[in-house]
Write a protein that binds this ligand. Structure first.
Ligand SMILES: NC(=O)c1ccc[n+]([C@@H]2O[C@H](COP(=O)([O-])OP(=O)(O)OC[C@H]3O[C@@H](n4cnc5c(N)ncnc54)[C@H](O)[C@@H]3O)[C@@H](O)[C@H]2O)c1
Length: 414
């Protein structure tokens, strides 16, 4: 078992013990249910053959078919994929979705590939894992490096393999291919709703309403828009090229244009440019990590200058930093709650695909708002009950849900 997974698991186990769930649950979730590893050949544009490593982990299907994204990134490895699949298990339980947790990934510098290399690689990945994916078994979605285009290629490839149209086997598709308009903004929208609902508990209801945002991809970009529309000031945004800063608030239209042209946020006119990791020490009410995991460690926590953290990224705070954050009085809205808008709307997409009954965008927004607001309040209430931080409370609520499923279903043959 990798270090990252075992640290993630300990966080759940500590919280579960506080809330008194059956110890059989902890035994059941000790290891991933199954992880498939493959090496995939890709033909590059210059004719060369390249092998890449890929994984798909189905961590637990206690609550239903496994659900979770696909990450195409050079640092992806088996430990990371299994940890992300574990977090999906906990997140789906917290959100009261009928899903278990899964995750997949390819270790590849996907950004550096041409469009046709990307398509060949994604389709080869889909063929290799086609026997696992299915609407009642394992349902992938986008994560870092992937988006609607990759989801459509995967649905199309598996449709060809199976000689049937099965849109419910993957979510985050473009609307024309069976997706929902509301899926693309859902993660950022959900994170904003969590901030809005928990502002008081996070200690930022009466501040200057300033935000520093790390990562301006599909999660971060939409979050920034919802927050700015509600009167928050986005004073700093970082991407892998650097940090753009403006104390008066950044112009999101300008940032969007620069990103659409393939540039970095620091290329935007009139912004003060800083190094990429400078984002962590920007003085702001709320820091929103929306890039990669492991950004806030026991070494970097001292440099933070925020009152609260809203985690759009998965695992941006290492467990070793939890105590230091508590001591510094920095409250955290944890990833399994703050970034759960995406998987919630993925569930709506799956419901629409499987039932054949359409759903309006207004209905999607209403359902997302109702569910994530209710789950955020449940976490805040549990934090009061346990006298704990919100991460512990969120894990405790999820553990109770998983425990109910285990008691109802039984642990299997023994
Ligand atoms: N997309 C979703 O629906 C979704 C759902 C739940 C969780 N998440 C999590 O949110 C995070 C971001 O996912 P995404 O889908 O927005 O990815 P993305 O690939 O669309 O965007 C990632 C962004 O992070 C930036 N970045 C990368 N390294 C950086 C660094 N060192 N410093 C600053 N910026 C950096 C990139 O430049 C890019 O702007 C991931 O942790 C992912 O697991 C995403």
């Amino acid at each position: 078992m990798g270090d990252q997974l075992s640290a993630a698991r300990d966080r759940l186990f500590d919280a579960a013990r506080k809330t008194g769930v059956e110890c059989e649950l902890l035994e059941t979730l000790k290891y991933p249910q199954e992880t498939l590893a493959a090496s995939i050949p890709v033909r590059m544009d210059d004719g060369a053959l390249k092998m890449v490593k890929a994984w798909r982990c189905r961590y637990s299907d206690l609550l239903g078919p496994t659900k979770g994204g696909l990450r195409f990134h050079p640092s992806t490895n088996a430990d990371e994929v299994q940890t992300l699949a574990f977090w999906m298990t906990v997140k789906c339980a917290l959100m009261q979705l009928p899903y278990g947790g899964g995750k997949g990934g390819i270790s590849v510098d996907y950004k550096s590939l041409s469009q046709s290399e990307r398509e060949r690689l994604t389709r080869a990945f889909a063929e290799r894992f086609a026997h696992i994916f299915g609407p009642a078994r394992d349902i992938p979605a986008p994560d870092v490096g992937t988006g609607p285009m990759e989801m459509a290629w995967i649905a199309d490839t598996i449709g060809q393999v199976r000689h049937e149209h099965v849109p419910g086997l993957i979510t985050g598709k473009p609307p024309i291919a069976g997706g929902l308009e509301g899926r693309a903004p859902a993660t950022g929208q959900g994170a904003f709703l969590v901030l809005d609902t928990l502002a008081e508990a996070l200690g930022v209801a009466d501040g200057d309403k300033t935000i520093a945002l790390q990562g301006y991809g599909s999660g971060g970009r939409h979050f920034a828009r919802f927050a700015a529309d509600a009167g928050w000031k986005i004073i700093a945004v970082a991407d892998s090229g650097g940090t753009a800063f403006d104390a008066e608030g950044l112009d999101l239209d300008v940032l969007d244009k620069v990103k659409a042209d393939g540039g970095s946020v620091v290329d935007a006119e009139g912004v003060e440019s800083r190094k990429s990791d400078a984002i962590l020490s920007v003085e702001a009410d709320v820091l929103v990590p929306a890039a990669m995991g492991g950004q806030i460690t026991s070494d970097t926590v001292g440099a933070l200058s925020c009152k609260a953290i809203v985690e759009i990224a998965n695992g941006p705070v290492l467990p070793e930093a939890d105590a230091a954050l508590r001591d510094a009085g920095i409250k955290v809205a944890p990833d399994i709650l703050a970034n759960a808008g995406g998987v919630f709307v993925s569930w709506l997409e799956w419901v629409v695909n499987r039932s054949g009954v359409p759903m309006s965008n207004d209905e999607v927004t209403k359902r997302l708002t109702d569910r994530i607001t209710a789950r955020a309040k449940a976490v805040a209430q549990k934090a009061e009950e346990l006298d704990s931080d919100m991460r512990t409370a969120a894990y405790a609520v999820a553990a109770e849900q998983l425990d109910k499923a285990l008691v109802a279903r039984g642990a299997g043959s023994y």
